[in-house]
Write a new protein. Structure first.
Length: 120
């Protein structure tokens, strides 16, 4: 499976779900890129702090609360991912509407569960 995935809200903290997701994505042979508050590396993936214009993002998986997402709305739209996954705690009605208007699919799901049940 090679769905290039951007983990937005990535962390080097092993107790964070974004950390676990990066590891699980890498284990599933997904190409992973990541953006977080602090630079670092998880499972060989560099965590960037800038809004890098990555190419060909299939899936963007969110680990930011709705208030923190606002500054990334335009960035996400510019990336034109095939889908955005809203992990638990990231649900955002406003962003759903914006994505729908731009023709970007979204899921309210858990990346770890999707990967664990072969539904990613």
């Amino acid at each position: 499976m090679n769905k290039k995935t951007l983990v937005l809200g990535a962390s080097t903290n092993p107790s964070r779900y974004s950390f676990l997701a990066i590891n699980k994505l890498v284990d599933n042979q997904c190409e992973v890129v990541a953006i977080g508050l602090k630079k670092g590396k998880v499972a060989g993936v560099n965590i960037e702090i800038e809004k890098i214009p990555f190419n060909k993002i299939d899936t963007l998986t969110l680990y930011l609360n709705p208030q923190r997402q606002v500054e990334y709305y335009e960035y996400v739209l510019d990336l034109k991912p095939n889908r955005v996954i809203f992990n638990p705690g990231t649900e955002n009605q406003e962003f759903y509407k914006i994505l729908t208007e731009k023709g970007i699919k979204y899921e309210i799901a858990c990346t770890l569960v999707l990967l664990g049940t072969n539904q990613y």
